[in-house]
Design a protein around this ligand. Structure first.
Ligand SMILES: Cc1cc2nc3c(=O)[nH]c(=O)nc-3n(C[C@H](O)[C@H](O)[C@H](O)COP(=O)(O)OP(=O)(O)OC[C@H]3O[C@@H](n4cnc5c(N)ncnc54)[C@H](O)[C@@H]3O)c2cc1C
Length: 309
């Protein structure tokens, strides 16, 4: 490994790996730091059916293909986590959980976001097996099936209205007595006779047949009453946490912790770029993250051309 890397990419999801492929194809060798979840969020799902050129591919297989593609062009990987950074001096410095100190002239932060979970029995077992977070990705798997959406904010309402294209058997479970989504989104869902809303309640257990979720236990938070409901799919829409803990005091972030970008991938520090779900809370797709990864690599390459002899 060189003493000062030209480019370090933090994160190996679709954004990080696409950055690595584009960097390598520009003759810019990069080091990718994997973090705790090599391959990112798609490692925890089953079939992906909206990746162009692949009618249906397992998420882990898609990510393995991307990783092999990056490796093929010379990308190096480090299976560690970035825990601390210093972006105040150039070259920039990073430290990992194994106390490794790394220096780089440019950095792409592609650390994604972590969907919030309910943390109840059965959730981990059926995560990606009928329990998911992305209606845009998976709604088409449930034509005329019965689905449950957990949450009461804008994302939950958007998921409910998106699901309507596929099924009329939709139940929304919300922990409060009122939805928290914007007025227009609420009205749409409340006035839809096909969408049943259960208030004051949350899912407290997931049940399944070992391969796929088949039902849930819903508990009323006021009365403690529990009901069991058969269900074909569950969409958890209670928010995401951007993975910005090590960076949030070093680049500008918004009130929710997402990295702020300008001119596509530039952060508040020249030479530090961001790509994917770590800054994009709107689209949250593999393809948009990969697109941002491409842009970040091209921007990093132009930046490096200007600063390095
Ligand atoms: C269950 C599920 C199903 C989905 N299905 C689809 C689908 O079918 N189609 C679709 O387009 N999208 C889908 N998505 C959304 C898609 O997975 C994300 O939009 C996409 O993975 C975001 O890519 P990313 O590279 O920005 O971040 P991520 O995929 O979140 O990757 C982040 C990477 O950063 C690393 N990292 C984090 N913190 C650190 C750190 N401190 N140091 C080093 N590395 C770090 C992680 O280990 C990981 O490698 C799904 C999401 C989920 C949760």
């Amino acid at each position: 490994m060189e003493e000062v890397q030209k480019l370090i990419i933090i994160g190996s999801g679709p954004a990080g790996l696409t950055s690595a492929i584009y960097a390598a194809r520009s003759n810019l060798k990069s080091l990718v730091i994997d973090g705790d979840e090599p391959g990112g969020q798609l490692m925890g799902t089953s079939y992906v059916e909206n990746w162009p050129g692949e009618k249906s591919i397992l998420g882990p297989k898609l990510m393995m293909n991307m990783r092999e593609h990056a490796q093929h062009f010379g990308t190096e990987f480090l299976s560690e986590n970035v825990t601390k950074v210093d972006f105040s001096k150039k070259p920039f410095t990073l430290w990992t959980n194994r106390d490794k100190e790394l220096k780089a002239h440019a950095i792409i932060i592609a650390t994604g976001a972590t969907p919030k979970r309910l943390i109840v029995p059965g959730e981990n077992e059926y995560w990606g097996k009928g329990v998911t977070t992305c209606a845009v990705c998976d709604a088409a798997f449930y034509p005329d099936k019965e689905v449950l959406i957990v949450g009461g904010g804008d994302t939950a309402m958007e998921d409910a209205s998106f699901m309507k294209k596929f099924t009329k058997k939709i139940t929304v479970v919300h922990i409060l007595d009122k939805l928290t989504a914007s007025h227009a989104m609420q009205e749409y869902v409340i006035n839809d006779p096909d969408i049943n809303i259960i208030y004051h309640s949350t899912v407290t257990e997931f049940h399944g047949d070992g391969n796929h979720v088949t039902g849930v236990t819903i508990t009323n938070q006021k009365t403690g009453e529990k009901i069991k409901k058969d269900i074909d799919g569950v969409f958890i829409a209670i928010g995401l946490t951007p993975n910005t803990e090590p960076f949030k005091d070093h680049v500008a972030c918004d009130d929710w912790g997402y990295i702020k970008v300008s001119n596509h991938t530039n952060t508040s520090v020249e030479g530090i770029f961001a790509a994917g779900d770590v800054h994009d809370y709107r689209y949250r797709q593999a393809i948009t993250s990969a697109g941002a990864g491409c842009m970040a690599a091209l921007d990093a390459e132009r930046y490096l051309k200007d600063i390095l002899p």
